[in-house]
Structures are given as C-alpha cells and as structure tokens.
Design a protein around this ligand. Structure first.
Ligand code: AMP
Ligand code: MG
Length: 270
C-alpha cells in the first residue's frame, strides 16, 4: 500500500473524528507540479487496467463519491474518471428518490445500477444519502436510519462477494473552502446555475452533516469496502489521491487477458 492509500484509509472499527483532519493537507505529495505529473501517469494506467478488466469480464469496480455541496464530486468525475473508456463505464447521479424508487426499499435503485462484470460504475452520491441527508433532515425516524449501517455493510458484503470491488471516497473540504466555491459560483455567470439558495440552508447544517459523515465512515469502512477520506481543498491533491488509490486497487486485482481457445498463429485470412 502506498503512502497516500495508507494515510487516507478510514481504519475499519476505529472512530473517525473529522475535526482532527485538515482539509488542506497533502500527505504523500511533494508539490503541485509533481502531483500533476503523477496524476497524468495514473490516468494513463487506469485506462490500460480498465481495458484488462473489460477483457477479463469477470469482476467489476464500483466507485462511490460522497461529499458536501461544492465538495468536488463533479470535478472528480471530469478530471479523474475521464481516464476510463465510456464504453464500459457508467456514471449514476442519485437525486432525492421519486416514483417507483419511493415504493421500494432504499437499496433497490442502487442494486439495479451496479456495474456488471467487466464494467466500472461511478456513483455521484449513493445509498449513503440514506444515512446523510435523510438523517440530517429527519426524513425517517432515527430507529429507521440507525439500522441502515448494518444493511449497508451486509449489502456491500454481498456485492463484493459477487465479484465487485468497492471503493468509497469522501471528499472533505473545509467550511471556508465551501464558502469560496459558492462565491465563485455566484461570481461566474457560467457557474451561476450550479448554485441554489437551498445550498445555504444545507450549509447551516454543517455540523450535523459532519456528524452524519463521521458515523457513516466509522460504521461502514470495512476491509472489503473501505472508505477513504480525501482532503479536497486542493483539487490537484484530490485528483492525485483518488487516481492513485484507484490505480493501486486495479493493479492489485491482477487482471489478466483471457486465454483464447484458438491458436491465433493457425488462423489464415484470405
Ligand atoms: P445534486 O447532487 O446537487 O444534483 O443534488 C441532489 C440532491 O438529491 C441532493 O440535495 C441530495 O441530498 C438529494 N438526495 C440524494 N439522495 C437522496 C435520498 N436518498 N433522500 C433524499 N435526498 C436525496
Ligand atoms: Mg448541488
């Protein structure tokens, strides 16, 4: 395990305290210039490894992105996931459930869109909203959301037992950084659309959100589906850290091209 992967892993079974973490930290990186170079190398390697994953067609990868508003989920998809071939990649953004989603259990819509063998699934928000926004806003009673940590662990166990590797990233920005990003959205006419007054309402609940993230990460970082806490104030560090963890994970899968039945040398094409 490299320095970044090791230092950002949320250790299973250990109580996480977000307030002790510096969102501007850059553990395992020298400086921005070095980070950009390393990231570029990782992105290239991610593409190569995805090609093998697709060829092998036995296992799949699920990447979960969570974070507060303006935490950089969209930017991560743009700058890191661009390494992947769209042919075998699927991004799903989870909004407040509606219609049929509301008539099923909360994991139904998640299960339906898990990546099939050979593919990569990227979740922009996820089933964790059901212990985050749902908890902060009392959308269900406490005795309902409390049980969900166990459901989620068991669900993720089943999914990983079935050949899907799960990586979960919490993009952690500071409250000051969020303010700056909101101000940027207000100042730039091409970014105005990203801002809503509702974002400020959520910002008022900052401490409640952090408490909910703490519990989600503490209860649901497991050896089979780990959470990584990514200090995300510096976008270049966020991109380096996430691309490095993904690359290491894919390398660790020891992906092989499938053996073919025929003898390629014996094939004659007229
Ligand atoms: P955005 O990611 O900015 O497009 O916003 C999506 C919104 O959907 C956020 O405010 C989420 O909190 C909300 N959302 C996602 N999943 C759920 C859920 N399970 N229950 C309630 N709200 C949700
Ligand atoms: Mg938003």
């Amino acid at each position: 395990m490299g320095t970044i992967t090791k230092s950002l892993l949320v250790k299973p079974g250990k109580k996480l305290e977000i307030s002790t973490i510096d969102a501007g930290a850059t553990p395992g990186a020298k400086d921005k210039a070095e980070a950009l170079k390393r990231t570029a190398k990782h992105l290239e390697r991610m593409g190569e490894l995805q090609y093998r994953l697709y060829a092998e067609a036995k296992r799949s990868l699920l990447i979960v992105l969570q974070g507060i508003d303006a935490g950089g989920k969209d930017g991560t998809i743009r700058h890191v996931m661009e390494a992947f071939n769209p042919l075998s990649t699927e991004v799903t953004a989870f909004k407040a459930p509606d219609g049929a989603e509301r008539r099923h259990d909360y994991l139904w819509r998640v299960h339906k869109v898990l990546p099939e063998s050979g593919r990569i699934g990227i979740f922009n928000r996820s089933h964790y909203e059901d212990v985050l926004v749902v908890r902060v806003h009392d959308l269900v009673p406490k005795e309902t959301w409390k049980k969900r940590y166990r459901h989620i662990n068991e669900f993720e166990r089943m999914v990983t037992d079935s050949g899907t590797i799960i990586l979960k990233f919490f993009l952690y920005v500071s409250k000051d950084e969020q303010k700056e990003r909101f101000e940027e959205r207000l100042a730039d006419p091409t970014k105005n659309w990203k801002f809503s007054m509702g974002d400020l309402k959520e910002r008022e609940r900052w401490d409640d959100y952090m408490a909910a993230f703490e519990d989600a990460l503490t209860n649901c970082s497991t050896d089979y589906a780990p959470w990584y806490l990514i200090p995300a104030n510096k976008k270049w560090y966020r991109n380096l850290a996430i691309s490095e963890i993904i690359t290491e994970t894919l390398e660790g899968m020891n992906l092989k091209f499938p053996k073919v039945e025929l003898d390629p040398a014996a094939v004659r094409i007229d």
